[in-house]
Design a protein around this ligand. Structure first.
Ligand code: DAH
Length: 353
């Protein structure tokens, strides 16, 4: 019996030593100590042992049990430690590795144009007025000399709100800013503002979008003329389209200005010689303008005998299209990153990339 115990003991110690994982160690435990395990069976075999040998038999089985448990415990601790170390190693963070590149956003081309123009006009003493996009018919049309049923409204069909808000519409032009600023000016003194922002119309094709951007300009003073308007617009067009740009006025009609002009600039592509962009004319139409109509002044509380004013309205998208060579206005509002990523030049945060 003694040799058998010694043999079994050595065997189980060797087996425990060779085990490589906690799972295998537990399998070994089942093999020796489980319900039908080697040691368990030896233990229950005591009933067949003659009485006088029972004591020694019991002691020997116990030696095996103790040997198994001691070796099991120490091996278990060892394996557990090993597994924890492996886990730590596999999850280690190397803080010295270079980080992932953070994708830097950039200003939208329309924001760039808007900010550039705001800066220019602020440098000429203008304030920037930011009017609401939801407007009344009065502010969008009536007070701009477009009474109900006026035919010029057709070109500016827009979107109308419903139910309890049916008195409101989405402004079709930033000229609404003129009305708001004149009415808000309690002293009825001079005004010099630009009003950039979104406008809406029932349009949707390659050069017209249902939502686009305009910038309105309004100057009210006791003594301003069409010449002031022209020099102002010359500065503006040269700044945006190049120093060589020349400006030309053509007579036109807008209900809220009298006289009204359409403003053309020399084609920035061919310099005025004629090319497909300017349809061989050398000129490109860029904005509408004129002297504020006396009716508009009067409806907004100004004395037309005392004050004159000039106004202009620019489609900013058109300028962006010229400036950046964009052929379809809808790409401006499509939010396609392949398009937007091209406009990173000049952003203060560029260096971070
Ligand atoms: N509001 C006009 C439009 O959307 C543009 C315009 C023309 C504005 C002449 C003006 C102006 O202030 O004087 O078509």
């Amino acid at each position: 019996m003694k040799e058998k115990v010694e043999l079994l003991k050595n065997e189980l110690i060797e087996k425990i030593n060779n085990v490589k994982s906690i799972k295998d160690l537990n399998d070994l435990k089942a093999e020796y100590m489980g319900k039908t395990g080697i040691i368990t069976e030896l233990q229950s075999g005591i009933k067949d042992v003659p009485n006088e040998e029972k004591k020694e038999y019991g002691m020997n089985v116990n030696i095996l049990k103790v040997a198994f448990n001691e070796n099991y415990e120490s091996k278990f601790k060892l394996l557990e430690e090993e597994e924890v170390n492996k886990k730590i190693e596999s999850e280690r963070i190397d803080v010295t590795l270079p980080s992932k590149k953070i994708r830097q956003g950039s200003k939208h081309p329309m924001t760039r144009i808007q900010e550039e123009l705001e800066d220019l006009f602020v440098s000429m003493g203008y304030d920037v007025y930011d009017g609401p996009e939801i407007e009344t018919d009065e502010n969008c049309f009536q007070k701009l000399n477009l009474p109900l049923g006026h035919p010029a409204r057709d070109a500016q069909d827009t979107f109308y709100l419903e139910n309890e808000y049916e008195a409101f519409l989405l402004r079709s032009q930033t000229s609404t800013g003129q009305v708001r600023v004149m009415e808000a000016n309690k002293e009825k003194g001079p005004i010099r503002i630009v009003c950039p922002g979104k406008v809406y119309r029932r349009d949707d094709d390659a050069t017209h979008s249902h939502q686009f951007m305009q910038m309105e300009g309004l100057v009210i003073e006791e003594n301003v003329s069409l010449a002031d308007l022209k020099s102002t617009l010359e500065i503006f067009c040269k700044k945006l389209l190049g120093e060589k740009t020349e400006v030309r006025f053509r007579p036109s009609f807008f209900p809220f200005t009298e006289p009204s002009v359409e403003v053309d600039v020399t084609c920035f592509k061919c310099g005025g010689k004629g090319c497909p962009l300017c349809k061989q004319t050398g000129w490109i139409e860029v904005l509408g303008a004129g002297m504020v109509h006396p009716n508009v002044l009067a409806m907004c509380g100004y004395d037309p005998e005392k004050y004159q004013g000039f106004a202009f309205g620019v489609g900013l998208d058109r300028f962006a299209m010229f400036r950046y060579g964009i052929t379809d206005i809808r790409t401006i509002y499509g939010n396609d990153l392949r398009f937007l990523n091209q406009f990173t030049k000049g952003d203060e945060l560029d260096e971070i990339k």
